[in-house]
Ligand binder design. Structure first.
Ligand SMILES: Nc1ncnc2c1ncn2[C@@H]1O[C@H](COP(=O)(O)OP(=O)(O)OP(=O)(O)O)[C@@H](O)[C@H]1O
Ligand SMILES: [Mg+2]
Length: 488
């Protein structure tokens, strides 16, 4: 029995010498029986496993345990390592004194190597996935646990230590309606037996409150006999930037479409409007000849005329908004002159309304390549807004205009003593047709036209949120040309 056992067996003295070894044991360790009996198990045991082995032997001798099992490494005669599963019992005599050990040794080298290579390939696979994707997940559906990689949590602002290995942890971060979407996709994937790919775009809530868009892809890699999913793995890719770019693109194309539409509308409406205007004049002329006409008719007529004029203004503005730039018409424009031209137009209006004008200019040599009359219009809209806001004020009334050289740019600031732009409307004031003026006073196109013109010239127009008064800043790229240069 001892000799023919399918696993290695040995009797070992209390000192550690082999007393008897079977064939399998000899083959396993690569020794002839005689040779093996001359060595001891201490020499053949891998030093890293010796300590544990000896501790177990001591516990056996102290009668604390009856047997022990451990996985350990032996050295083969030719030097290579053998992995073995060892189980040891202590044989005692009739009085209970220890006599010798019986060891059973099973070679598990192949099994161990297979596990090691599996672990290694799993490690490499995870590493590959984690470096290529932002997050990796491994869901053991039946065991109700899920591994989520460190990158998975970092994407949402969490440290992996803050989170448990459970699906509920990520589910609580998904925007509710998207969670239903994820579930639907999962069910589709499972009911198709894995044929329909699992791929879904989900919104997650970041720890800082922002939304993170995730492309979540995965597949079931283990099924049970009832075709139920057992294990599923997948990846997360952060697509927030892509989503934002897509949104911006669609807004840009919407804006472009609107511009084209505005141009078409302006053209189509302009003609009938001119015709109506003509008929109005004709009607006015005819009515003058009719003596018994009631004066009410004239009031109605003048109201109609006022409204036709209003429509004409809007159409003109719409046309300006959508106009394509003709760079051929662009010339070198002295920007401080543009501002002076606007202020000259307002001189009387300011005086008549007791508005003090402060003008500061240190950019008399700053030029810009552009359309002068458009630039005049852009600045005029800003001055007009300030004028409108303060003309009826009871407190001090002033408007300040600064034209300042600012490195390669020119900064035109327009300030007024009004009560400023209310916080809640600040984000809207540049939108076409946004106005806080009462009906009949404005159409809300001034700032959007100015913005369009300034941007066409490569500049920006902003409302300074920190200024104590209303302050609009126009920043335009400009170049310096000394008066002498011009003459030359
Ligand atoms: N200097 C300012 N002070 C306070 N609010 C302003 C000032 N400039 C603009 N706004 C606000 O921005 C809104 C939009 O301005 P915008 O020039 O586009 O249109 P509008 O002046 O209302 O009408 P329109 O210019 O077509 O006659 C104004 O209705 C006003 O609420
Ligand atoms: Mg305006």
């Amino acid at each position: 029995m001892f000799q023919y056992s399918a696993i290695g067996m040995a009797l070992i003295s209390l000192e550690g010498n082999w007393l008897k070894v079977n064939k399998v044991m000899c083959q396993m360790l690569g020794y002839a029986e005689k040779e093996l009996l001359e060595t001891d198990f201490l020499k053949l045991t891998h030093p890293e496993d010796l300590d544990e082995d000896l501790k177990n032997v001591q516990r056996l001798l102290r009668n604390e345990i009856e047997t022990y099992q451990m996985d350990k490494r032996y050295f083969h005669k030719d030097g290579h390592v053998i992995y073995a599963h060892l189980s040891v019992s202590l044989i005692r005599d009739s009085e209970g004194n220890p006599e010798y050990f019986i060891s059973q040794v099973q070679d598990i080298t192949e099994k161990k190597k297979a596990i090691q290579s599996l672990e290694e390939s799993e490690r490499i696979m995870r590493l590959a996935i984690e470096t290529n994707f932002d997050g990796y997940w491994d869901w053991h559906i039946k065991k109700d646990c899920e591994y989520m990689s460190p990158g998975f949590w970092k994407m949402f602002g969490y440290e992996p230590s803050e989170k448990k290995h459970h699906p509920s942890e990520w589910q609580s971060l998904v925007v509710e309606e998207d969670l239903f979407l994820a579930l639907d996709k999962f069910n589709e994937h499972v009911s198709s037996g894995g044929k329909t790919p699992y791929s879904v775009e989900l919104r997650f809530k970041h720890k800082n409150g922002s939304i993170v868009w995730i492309l979540c892809k995965g597949r079931v890699i283990e099924w049970d006999q009832n075709r139920q999913a057992v294990r599923m793995i997948g990846t997360h890719t952060d697509i927030t930037k892509l989503k934002e770019a897509q949104k911006m693109m669609s807004q840009v194309s919407k804006w472009e479409a609107l511009e084209v539409m505005a141009a078409g509308m302006a053209h189509e409406i302009n003609n009938p409007l001119a015709i109506i205007n003509g008929y109005m004049d004709q009607l006015n002329f005819i009515l003058k000849g009719v003596k018994d006409i009631e004066s009410e008719v004239y009031v109605v007529l003048s109201n109609v005329k006022k409204n036709v004029k209003r429509i004409a203004t809007i159409i003109k503005a719409l046309g300006a908004l959508s106009r394509t730039i003709n760079h051929d018409e662009w010339k070198e424009v002295l920007l401080s002159d543009v501002v002076k031209e606007v202020l000259a137009k307002y001189k009387e209006k300011f005086n008549g309304n007791e508005i003090v004008l402060r003008f500061e200019n240190n950019a008399s040599e700053m030029y810009l390549h552009g359309n002068r009359s458009d630039l005049v219009r852009a600045i005029e809209n800003l001055v007009e807004n300030s004028f409108y806001q303060i003309k009826n004020l009871n407190k001090e009334k002033w408007i300040e205009v600064r034209v300042l050289q600012n490195e390669g740019n020119i900064l035109i600031s327009i300030l007024d003593s009004g009560s400023g732009v209310k916080k809640e409307v600040r984000s809207k004031i540049m939108q076409p047709f946004f106005t806080t003026k009462p009906l009949g006073h404005g159409v809300g196109l001034g700032l959007s036209i100015s913005k369009g013109i300034i941007e066409q010239h490569g500049g920006t127009i902003t409302l300074d949120p920190l200024a104590p008064n209303t302050k609009f800043d126009v920043l335009l790229p400009a170049f310096i040309r000394k008066k002498d240069d011009k003459a030359a």
